[in-house]
Design a protein around this ligand. Sequence first.
Ligand code: ADP
Ligand code: MG
Length: 356
Amino acid sequence: MSDPILSVRKAVKTYGEFRALDAVDLDIREGEFLTLLGPSGSGKTTLLSAIAGFTALSAGEVHARGSNITRLPPEKRDFAMVFQGYALFPTMTVAENVGYPLRVRKYGRSALQARVRDCLDLVQMGQFADRMPHQLSGGQQQRIALARALSFEPDVLLLDEPLSALDKKLRADLQWELKALHERLGVTFIYVTHDQDEALSMSDRIVILKDGAIQQEGAPGALYDWPRTRFVANFLGKSNFISADVVGQGAEGLTVEAAGQRFTLAPRPGLAPQGPVSLALRPERIRLGAPGQEAFTGRVRQISYLGERCQVLVDHDVLGEVLVSQPTWHAGLRPEPQMDVSFGWGAGACVPLLET
Ligand code: ADP
Ligand code: MG
């Protein structure tokens, strides 16, 4: 790996007794789209703000390209930031807003105008240069905020829930645009969200935060397929959890026993070779069948139709409530409430968790 563009070392932020950040270690690669994902209060904004220099750490360090910037004020770090609120200057036109960081940096008049035009084109707002912020919709204002942040060609763009004030459809459009922009510009993005779909669809890498500490990090697919903890398995997508016992290990993997059935799992480094284990099982990995067709027998309690998918809650004597998700166009069994069904899954569907 090339040297990280940014490193956070053992970052701690305390407010009295409370730890908003608890020994966070993080390297950010140049050009990466990194997302900090976590529930409200998990420390995402605090971490971003410590990187930007607005929050002073209680302990630990921030390094940029190898030099210690922990005590450098925000304006000397030259990172750009986009917040949830649009935060445009209300008495300046769109063009003046976008040009503001350039004026502060003493750009000459013609260089400034050219750069403002380029940045407005970049976010497809070229024809709005002379408008005032209040004459723009929320999505348009956020585009201008983005253009303003990018105007001085920062190395790193910090985004704190920039789309969360927008409605769902517009948010999805802007997610595509942001991702395309990231690919075109090659700028390092550090993106904060509490929205798992947003994190999964946009990021090169996701860092999951809980209670001020990193729970797990990795590429979206790796995190989704190999959660370490129950929290991660539930925060990124949905999961069923099955209590099992490891009863043997062989060349083909791990043999576990759950609800009177034995099955084999792929081995997982770091897993205890024996004893109780918690398995995560994604709802879309479960097959439904007529009674007797699959290994487990249950009864449908509830069905929820979601358009492209259909979620089915099945009660099982030992496993309890099992959530199954299948495509609506699925040609197999059409479950109905109170129907007796069987269910099962293929090899690799269950993932043993490393911590509970
Ligand atoms: P997130 O962005 O993940 O929702 P924050 O980083 O804003 O979370 O906050 C993390 C925790 O730190 C929260 O419990 C919050 O209440 C607390 N916190 C943040 N700022 C302050 C502050 N200035 N004083 C006291 N507690 C704070
Ligand atoms: Mg926040």
